[in-house]
Design a protein around this ligand. Structure first.
Ligand code: XIL
Length: 312
Protein backbone atom coordinates (compact mmCIF):
# COMPACT_ATOMS: atom_id res chain seq x y z
CA UNK A 1 0.00 0.00 0.00
CA UNK A 2 1.41 3.41 -0.95
CA UNK A 3 2.20 5.83 1.88
CA UNK A 4 0.44 9.14 1.32
CA UNK A 5 2.68 11.38 3.40
CA UNK A 6 5.80 9.92 1.81
CA UNK A 7 4.61 10.43 -1.75
CA UNK A 8 3.28 13.92 -1.02
CA UNK A 9 6.50 14.70 0.81
CA UNK A 10 8.28 14.34 -2.51
CA UNK A 11 6.18 17.27 -3.69
CA UNK A 12 6.83 19.14 -0.40
CA UNK A 13 3.17 18.84 0.52
CA UNK A 14 2.11 18.13 4.13
CA UNK A 15 -0.60 15.51 4.50
CA UNK A 16 -2.67 15.99 7.61
CA UNK A 17 -5.51 14.29 9.42
CA UNK A 18 -7.89 15.68 12.00
CA UNK A 19 -7.53 13.36 14.95
CA UNK A 20 -9.58 12.56 18.04
CA UNK A 21 -6.73 11.58 20.40
CA UNK A 22 -8.72 8.89 22.22
CA UNK A 23 -9.19 7.07 18.89
CA UNK A 24 -5.45 6.56 18.66
CA UNK A 25 -6.02 3.67 21.06
CA UNK A 26 -7.87 1.93 18.25
CA UNK A 27 -5.22 -0.05 16.29
CA UNK A 28 -6.72 0.37 12.81
CA UNK A 29 -7.19 4.09 13.31
CA UNK A 30 -3.76 4.58 14.72
CA UNK A 31 -2.07 2.58 12.00
CA UNK A 32 -3.49 4.87 9.32
CA UNK A 33 -2.42 8.05 11.07
CA UNK A 34 1.00 6.59 11.92
CA UNK A 35 1.56 5.62 8.33
CA UNK A 36 -0.07 8.27 6.16
CA UNK A 37 0.10 11.55 8.09
CA UNK A 38 2.94 14.04 8.19
CA UNK A 39 0.74 16.46 10.15
CA UNK A 40 -1.99 16.12 12.75
CA UNK A 41 -4.58 18.54 14.09
CA UNK A 42 -7.07 18.09 16.91
CA UNK A 43 -10.61 17.63 15.62
CA UNK A 44 -12.03 19.03 18.88
CA UNK A 45 -9.73 18.91 21.88
CA UNK A 46 -7.99 22.26 21.37
CA UNK A 47 -11.21 24.24 21.00
CA UNK A 48 -12.15 26.81 23.66
CA UNK A 49 -14.91 24.65 25.21
CA UNK A 50 -12.39 21.84 25.63
CA UNK A 51 -9.45 23.81 27.03
CA UNK A 52 -11.10 26.56 29.08
CA UNK A 53 -14.64 25.45 29.86
CA UNK A 54 -14.73 27.76 32.91
CA UNK A 55 -13.00 31.13 33.25
CA UNK A 56 -9.25 30.55 33.69
CA UNK A 57 -9.67 26.84 34.41
CA UNK A 58 -7.53 24.97 31.95
CA UNK A 59 -7.56 21.43 30.66
CA UNK A 60 -4.81 20.65 28.18
CA UNK A 61 -4.70 16.92 28.88
CA UNK A 62 -6.09 15.75 25.53
CA UNK A 63 -4.21 18.41 23.57
CA UNK A 64 -1.02 17.40 25.31
CA UNK A 65 -1.73 13.79 24.40
CA UNK A 66 -1.95 14.70 20.73
CA UNK A 67 1.16 16.88 21.02
CA UNK A 68 3.04 13.97 22.59
CA UNK A 69 1.84 11.67 19.79
CA UNK A 70 3.04 14.18 17.18
CA UNK A 71 6.37 14.62 18.92
CA UNK A 72 7.04 10.91 19.31
CA UNK A 73 6.07 10.09 15.72
CA UNK A 74 7.81 13.07 14.13
CA UNK A 75 4.68 14.69 12.74
CA UNK A 76 3.85 18.38 12.58
CA UNK A 77 1.19 19.60 14.99
CA UNK A 78 -1.27 22.19 13.65
CA UNK A 79 -3.29 24.20 16.18
CA UNK A 80 -7.06 24.47 15.86
CA UNK A 81 -8.39 26.89 17.07
CA UNK A 82 -8.05 29.97 19.34
CA UNK A 83 -10.96 32.32 18.58
CA UNK A 84 -14.20 30.97 17.15
CA UNK A 85 -17.88 31.68 17.74
CA UNK A 86 -18.72 27.97 17.88
CA UNK A 87 -17.87 25.40 20.55
CA UNK A 88 -17.44 28.46 22.73
CA UNK A 89 -18.49 28.18 26.40
CA UNK A 90 -21.55 30.16 27.52
CA UNK A 91 -19.57 32.11 30.11
CA UNK A 92 -17.64 33.88 27.35
CA UNK A 93 -20.78 34.87 25.48
CA UNK A 94 -22.22 36.49 28.62
CA UNK A 95 -19.29 38.89 29.18
CA UNK A 96 -19.43 42.65 28.59
CA UNK A 97 -16.98 44.33 26.25
CA UNK A 98 -14.05 44.89 28.61
CA UNK A 99 -14.35 41.46 30.20
CA UNK A 100 -14.65 39.70 26.84
CA UNK A 101 -11.63 41.52 25.44
CA UNK A 102 -9.69 40.44 28.53
CA UNK A 103 -10.95 36.85 28.31
CA UNK A 104 -10.13 36.58 24.61
CA UNK A 105 -6.61 37.90 25.05
CA UNK A 106 -6.07 35.70 28.08
CA UNK A 107 -7.32 32.64 26.20
CA UNK A 108 -5.14 33.24 23.15
CA UNK A 109 -2.09 34.01 25.27
CA UNK A 110 -2.42 31.09 27.67
CA UNK A 111 -3.12 28.48 25.02
CA UNK A 112 -0.50 29.70 22.54
CA UNK A 113 2.10 29.84 25.33
CA UNK A 114 1.15 26.37 26.51
CA UNK A 115 1.76 24.81 23.09
CA UNK A 116 4.74 26.99 22.16
CA UNK A 117 7.44 24.90 20.51
CA UNK A 118 4.93 22.16 19.69
CA UNK A 119 2.27 23.76 17.51
CA UNK A 120 3.95 25.17 14.38
CA UNK A 121 0.88 27.02 13.08
CA UNK A 122 -2.37 28.20 14.62
CA UNK A 123 -5.82 28.84 13.27
CA UNK A 124 -5.94 32.04 15.31
CA UNK A 125 -9.38 33.11 14.13
CA UNK A 126 -11.88 30.66 12.65
CA UNK A 127 -14.97 31.45 10.54
CA UNK A 128 -15.31 35.20 11.11
CA UNK A 129 -16.91 36.03 7.77
CA UNK A 130 -20.48 35.55 6.54
CA UNK A 131 -21.50 34.13 3.16
CA UNK A 132 -21.92 37.64 1.71
CA UNK A 133 -18.37 38.60 2.65
CA UNK A 134 -19.27 40.82 5.61
CA UNK A 135 -18.23 40.12 9.18
CA UNK A 136 -20.16 37.21 10.67
CA UNK A 137 -23.01 38.79 12.57
CA UNK A 138 -23.75 35.86 14.91
CA UNK A 139 -20.29 35.87 16.49
CA UNK A 140 -20.26 37.04 20.11
CA UNK A 141 -16.79 38.47 19.48
CA UNK A 142 -18.04 40.50 16.52
CA UNK A 143 -21.15 41.59 18.39
CA UNK A 144 -19.44 42.59 21.61
CA UNK A 145 -15.93 43.60 20.53
CA UNK A 146 -16.46 44.79 16.97
CA UNK A 147 -14.11 44.53 13.99
CA UNK A 148 -10.83 44.90 15.87
CA UNK A 149 -10.98 41.59 17.71
CA UNK A 150 -9.39 39.77 14.78
CA UNK A 151 -6.27 41.96 14.65
CA UNK A 152 -6.06 41.85 18.45
CA UNK A 153 -6.14 38.04 18.48
CA UNK A 154 -3.29 37.84 15.96
CA UNK A 155 -1.21 40.40 17.89
CA UNK A 156 -1.57 38.50 21.16
CA UNK A 157 -0.88 35.13 19.51
CA UNK A 158 2.29 36.55 18.02
CA UNK A 159 3.46 37.85 21.40
CA UNK A 160 2.72 34.49 22.99
CA UNK A 161 4.48 32.43 20.31
CA UNK A 162 6.59 34.56 17.97
CA UNK A 163 7.70 31.52 15.93
CA UNK A 164 4.29 30.08 15.16
CA UNK A 165 2.67 30.72 11.80
CA UNK A 166 -0.63 32.47 12.34
CA UNK A 167 -3.56 31.66 10.09
CA UNK A 168 -7.10 32.76 9.35
CA UNK A 169 -9.35 29.75 8.57
CA UNK A 170 -12.81 29.54 6.97
CA UNK A 171 -15.22 27.43 4.87
CA UNK A 172 -17.01 28.14 1.58
CA UNK A 173 -13.97 30.08 0.40
CA UNK A 174 -12.63 27.42 -1.95
CA UNK A 175 -13.54 29.28 -5.13
CA UNK A 176 -13.71 32.96 -5.99
CA UNK A 177 -17.02 34.09 -4.53
CA UNK A 178 -18.56 36.78 -2.31
CA UNK A 179 -17.30 35.14 0.86
CA UNK A 180 -13.73 34.56 -0.33
CA UNK A 181 -13.73 38.17 -1.64
CA UNK A 182 -14.63 39.24 1.89
CA UNK A 183 -11.84 37.13 3.37
CA UNK A 184 -9.46 38.54 0.77
CA UNK A 185 -10.36 42.09 1.82
CA UNK A 186 -10.01 41.14 5.49
CA UNK A 187 -6.52 39.66 5.19
CA UNK A 188 -5.41 42.38 2.78
CA UNK A 189 -6.37 44.94 5.42
CA UNK A 190 -4.58 43.00 8.18
CA UNK A 191 -1.40 42.82 6.08
CA UNK A 192 -1.62 46.53 5.25
CA UNK A 193 -1.74 47.27 8.98
CA UNK A 194 1.24 44.98 9.66
CA UNK A 195 -0.86 42.58 11.72
CA UNK A 196 1.14 39.33 12.08
CA UNK A 197 -0.77 36.98 9.79
CA UNK A 198 1.09 34.37 7.75
CA UNK A 199 -1.40 31.96 6.31
CA UNK A 200 -4.88 31.19 5.09
CA UNK A 201 -6.71 27.97 5.87
CA UNK A 202 -9.26 26.97 3.28
CA UNK A 203 -11.36 24.35 5.03
CA UNK A 204 -12.66 22.41 2.04
CA UNK A 205 -15.89 20.88 3.30
CA UNK A 206 -17.10 20.02 -0.19
CA UNK A 207 -19.81 18.03 -1.97
CA UNK A 208 -18.85 15.55 -4.69
CA UNK A 209 -19.59 16.87 -8.16
CA UNK A 210 -19.89 20.45 -6.95
CA UNK A 211 -16.34 21.73 -6.83
CA UNK A 212 -15.75 25.33 -7.88
CA UNK A 213 -13.64 25.40 -11.05
CA UNK A 214 -11.50 28.32 -9.88
CA UNK A 215 -9.92 26.73 -6.82
CA UNK A 216 -6.40 27.17 -8.16
CA UNK A 217 -7.01 30.79 -9.16
CA UNK A 218 -8.41 31.49 -5.70
CA UNK A 219 -5.46 29.90 -3.87
CA UNK A 220 -3.11 31.82 -6.14
CA UNK A 221 -4.58 35.22 -5.31
CA UNK A 222 -4.04 34.68 -1.59
CA UNK A 223 -0.45 33.53 -2.19
CA UNK A 224 0.10 36.62 -4.34
CA UNK A 225 -0.98 38.70 -1.34
CA UNK A 226 1.91 37.19 0.61
CA UNK A 227 0.22 34.40 2.58
CA UNK A 228 0.84 30.69 2.49
CA UNK A 229 -2.26 28.56 2.02
CA UNK A 230 -3.37 25.16 3.26
CA UNK A 231 -6.46 23.09 2.64
CA UNK A 232 -7.22 22.52 6.31
CA UNK A 233 -10.39 20.44 6.68
CA UNK A 234 -10.91 18.54 3.46
CA UNK A 235 -13.86 16.18 3.19
CA UNK A 236 -16.00 15.52 0.15
CA UNK A 237 -19.45 14.29 1.03
CA UNK A 238 -21.80 12.21 -1.09
CA UNK A 239 -25.45 11.29 -0.71
CA UNK A 240 -25.83 8.12 1.30
CA UNK A 241 -26.06 5.27 0.65
CA UNK A 242 -23.20 6.05 -1.72
CA UNK A 243 -23.31 4.75 -5.29
CA UNK A 244 -20.16 3.62 -7.13
CA UNK A 245 -20.60 6.62 -9.43
CA UNK A 246 -20.65 8.98 -6.46
CA UNK A 247 -17.51 7.43 -5.00
CA UNK A 248 -15.80 7.73 -8.39
CA UNK A 249 -16.78 11.40 -8.58
CA UNK A 250 -15.52 11.88 -5.05
CA UNK A 251 -12.19 10.32 -6.01
CA UNK A 252 -11.88 12.67 -8.96
CA UNK A 253 -12.69 15.62 -6.72
CA UNK A 254 -10.07 14.71 -4.10
CA UNK A 255 -7.53 14.58 -6.93
CA UNK A 256 -8.69 17.98 -8.25
CA UNK A 257 -8.19 19.64 -4.88
CA UNK A 258 -4.70 18.17 -4.54
CA UNK A 259 -3.82 19.18 -8.09
CA UNK A 260 -4.98 22.76 -7.52
CA UNK A 261 -2.90 23.03 -4.36
CA UNK A 262 0.17 21.50 -5.99
CA UNK A 263 -0.12 23.91 -8.90
CA UNK A 264 0.42 26.90 -6.60
CA UNK A 265 3.80 27.45 -5.02
CA UNK A 266 2.84 28.52 -1.51
CA UNK A 267 0.03 26.00 -1.08
CA UNK A 268 1.76 23.89 1.52
CA UNK A 269 -0.53 21.16 2.64
CA UNK A 270 -3.75 19.31 2.67
CA UNK A 271 -5.47 18.05 5.79
CA UNK A 272 -8.37 15.62 5.65
CA UNK A 273 -11.04 16.18 8.32
CA UNK A 274 -11.00 12.72 9.85
CA UNK A 275 -9.70 9.26 9.12
CA UNK A 276 -12.63 6.91 8.62
CA UNK A 277 -16.25 7.37 7.53
CA UNK A 278 -17.13 5.59 10.77
CA UNK A 279 -16.43 8.72 12.80
CA UNK A 280 -16.85 11.60 10.36
CA UNK A 281 -18.88 14.63 11.51
CA UNK A 282 -20.70 14.86 8.16
CA UNK A 283 -23.74 12.56 8.72
CA UNK A 284 -24.59 14.41 11.92
CA UNK A 285 -24.37 17.86 10.35
CA UNK A 286 -25.53 17.31 6.76
CA UNK A 287 -28.63 15.18 6.63
CA UNK A 288 -28.59 12.53 3.93
CA UNK A 289 -24.84 12.93 3.30
CA UNK A 290 -21.78 11.05 4.48
CA UNK A 291 -18.93 8.79 3.34
CA UNK A 292 -16.77 11.88 2.89
CA UNK A 293 -13.33 10.54 3.83
CA UNK A 294 -10.58 8.32 2.40
CA UNK A 295 -11.26 5.15 4.42
CA UNK A 296 -14.71 3.64 4.75
CA UNK A 297 -16.42 2.64 7.98
CA UNK A 298 -14.55 -0.70 7.94
CA UNK A 299 -11.18 0.96 7.40
CA UNK A 300 -11.00 -0.09 3.76
CA UNK A 301 -9.29 2.49 1.53
CA UNK A 302 -11.73 4.03 -0.97
CA UNK A 303 -11.23 5.07 -4.60
CA UNK A 304 -10.57 8.55 -3.21
CA UNK A 305 -7.47 7.23 -1.45
CA UNK A 306 -6.04 5.82 -4.69
CA UNK A 307 -6.89 9.02 -6.55
CA UNK A 308 -5.18 11.17 -3.95
CA UNK A 309 -2.06 8.97 -4.02
CA UNK A 310 -2.05 9.33 -7.79
CA UNK A 311 -2.50 13.11 -7.65
CA UNK A 312 0.18 13.99 -5.10
C1 XIL B 1 -16.40 19.81 13.79
C2 XIL B 1 -16.00 18.46 14.38
O1 XIL B 1 -15.56 17.63 13.33
C3 XIL B 1 -17.16 17.82 15.09
O2 XIL B 1 -16.73 16.66 15.79
C4 XIL B 1 -17.76 18.81 16.09
O3 XIL B 1 -18.92 18.24 16.69
C5 XIL B 1 -18.13 20.10 15.39
O4 XIL B 1 -16.98 20.64 14.77
N1 XIL B 1 -15.31 23.84 10.86
C6 XIL B 1 -14.31 23.71 11.79
C7 XIL B 1 -14.17 22.45 12.57
O5 XIL B 1 -13.45 24.60 11.90
O6 XIL B 1 -13.68 22.68 13.86
C8 XIL B 1 -15.49 21.71 12.65
O7 XIL B 1 -15.26 20.46 13.29
C9 XIL B 1 -16.08 21.54 11.27
C10 XIL B 1 -16.34 22.87 10.63
Amino acid sequence: EPVLAEIAGGSALDIGFAVAPERLDEPEYREIVDKHASLVVAENVMKWEATEAADDEWDFAEGDRLAEYARSTGKKLYGHTLVWHSQLPAWVKALDEDAMQEAMEHHVRTQAEHFRGQVFAWDVVNEAVDEDGSRRSDSPFQQTLGDDYIADAFEVAHEADPDAQLCYNDYDIEGVNAKSDGVYALVEDLLARDVPIDCLGIQGHLTAGKLPDDLQENIQRFVDLGLTVRITELDIRVETPASDEALAQQAEDYASVATACLAVEGCLGLTVWGVTDRYSWIPMWFEGFGDALLWDADYEPKPAFDALVEAV
